[in-house]
Design a protein around this ligand. Structure first.
Ligand code: HEM
Length: 470
């Protein structure tokens, strides 16, 4: 156990859970459903996070449930690797992204092959660690602005504060946008679009877009705001982009081996995808990190002492990152317990026998879940405990690679992973030496499995005077 391992988190497993094995390998097991008509929908509606953990613990590595379609939930690292990496061509994203496509079109997250691979090749160079270095300054500067805005003493909701911070960073690094009013308008539009996707996904009888409901109205307005903004910036950059270093400019200049670049519509889809895929995930990861640190004073003290040792009170730069090892471990452990992308869904294109022995039929919905895999006690003993030492190199190398996959895998692995890790470390390294905080009383912090894993109702932190060095 590491020195950062301190308190037990509230367990998400229930004391009434069925005892562990009787686990069957080699076939999919269907748990008893509470409704003849609706199958497992009531369980999934009431508590999807609890259901995933209970089912995998009680019924094994391949669980088959009846939601809108038959859905296979996989929880063995070999099966996860099989679906995401070694046999990924037998799967596509399928119907699950149908609604998302209405907002961000054929961008990298939602597109299928062959378009996806063409685009991924075009875009990959913009996400190389070296290329991203230039964004470090923006990440630190925006965090310093945030700290300056926070009251010296009082409460803040870090969930909304982190969302605002990462959106500001995304707007600047993606689009070169620094205007507060425009960034706020963009934030509202992004929020409305996400609400719409979530409500549509979860409504039993979704009304068509043209029905004049307030939610549909806000959705159309949101897409309009995002479109106008992105197309305007594309036009500006096409006219003149000397000296512009934002990601959009890089995408605009990207050429394939035939010298072809992207059309405006494709650029728009990619830019909005990056904005939507990139800021909320990282914000949630950071909010959970601050929450977990507030509950684990030893881990917090150890992070601060690393920051003091490496930075000695100055602001961090990208060059410091290789030495901020513990800070990085803290973030890795936070997104183990609260993976922002809590499920990674797929649809099978053909019948597929899995390494565990079960066979996925053609056209089935398949879900792999970092949430349940990363809380599996076989790979993470005492899984609900926060312990950054799990990410010490010698501990990490004894785990199968796909026991931990917050950024997915294969050709669809998160393109923004280096961006997110750099951003998280720089924000923590700027924030933690400058702000003392504790969890405000009277709140019941719990994860809310929306499109990403948000804290339900936010996380209120009580701020105090800056921590003493060391
Ligand atoms: C902690 C932060 C983040 C987490 C946990 C995360 C997680 C993921 C996961 C699990 C996937 C794979 C989805 C799948 O296979 O279906 C993914 C894909 C993607 N992510 Fe991230 N992400 C994060 C940050 C970012 C950032 C900062 C960006 C952009 C700047 C980004 C852009 C994307 C894109 C474009 C894809 C689609 C990649 C493809 O299919 O080729 N993500 N992300």
């Amino acid at each position: 156990m590491g020195s950062g391992a301190v308190r037990e988190l509230p367990s998400v497993a229930r004391s009434t859970d069925p005892p562990a094995p009787s686990i069957s390998r080699g076939e999919a097991v269907t748990p008893p459903a509470s409704s003849l008509l609706l199958g497992h929908v009531p369980e999934l509606r009431a508590d999807p996070l609890g259901a995933l953990l209970r089912w995998n613990r009680a019924y094994g590595d391949v669980v088959r449930v009846k939601a809108r379609h038959w859905t296979y939930i996989l929880n063995h690292p070999d099966d996860v690797k099989h679906v995401l990496v070694s046999h990924q061509s037998r799967y596509h994203k399928g119907e699950v992204l149908r609604l998302g496509r209405r907002v961000f079109g054929q961008g990298l997250l939602a597109s299928e092959e062959p378009l996806h691979l063409v685009q991924r090749h075009l875009m990959q160079p913009a996400f190389h660690r070296e290329t991203l270095r230039g964004y470090g300054e923006t990440m630190v500067a925006k965090t310093l602005e945030l700290v300056a805005r926070w009251p010296k003493e009082g409460e803040v909701d870090v969930a909304s504060e982190m969302m605002r911070l990462t959106l500001g960073i995304a707007a600047k690094t993606l689009f070169g946008l620094d205007d507060v009013a425009e960034t706020e308008a963009l934030a509202l539009a992004v929020d409305d679009a996400q609400q719409w996707i979530f409500l549509r996904q979860n409504s039993a009888v979704p009304l068509p877009d043209w029905v004049p409901t307030p939610v549909n109205f806000r959705y159309r307005r949101a897409v309009g705001v995002m479109d106008r903004l992105v197309y305007r910036i594309i036009q500006e950059r096409r006219r003149h982009h000397e000296g512009a270093t934002d990601l959009l400019t890089m995408l605009l200049e990207a050429r394939d081996e035939h010298g072809h670049g992207m059309e405006d519509a494709q650029l728009r889809d990619e830019a909005l995808t990056l904005l939507l895929a990139g800021h909320e995930t990282t914000a949630n990861g950071l909010s959970w990190t601050l929450y977990l640190l507030s509950k684990n004073p030893q881990a917090l003290a150890r992070t601060r002492s690393e920051l003091q040792e490496v930075l000695g009170g100055r602001t961090p730069t990208v060059a410091d990152l290789p030495r901020l090892r513990y800070t990085e471990m803290v973030f890795s452990e936070a997104i183990r317990l609260y993976p922002p992308a809590w499920i990674v869904p797929r649809e099978s294109i053909e019948e597929d026998p899995l390494p565990s022995g079960a066979t996925i039929p053609r056209g089935a919905q398949v879900v792999v879940s970092p949430w349940s895999m990363q809380r599996d006690r076989e790979y993470f003993p005492d899984p609900n405990r926060f312990d950054p030492e799990r990410f010490a190199p010698e501990v990490k190398e004894n785990r199968p690679a796909f026991a931990y996959y917050p950024f997915g895998g294969g050709t669809r692995r998160c393109i923004g992973e280096p961006f997110a890790k750099m951003e998280a470390s720089l924000i923590l390294a700027t924030l933690l030496p400058r702000v003392a905080f504790s969890l405000a009383e009277g709140q019941d912090v719990a994860p809310d499995p929306l499109v990403t894993l948000r804290p339900r109702g936010g996380i209120r932190l009580r701020l105090g005077p800056p921590p003493t060095a060391g």
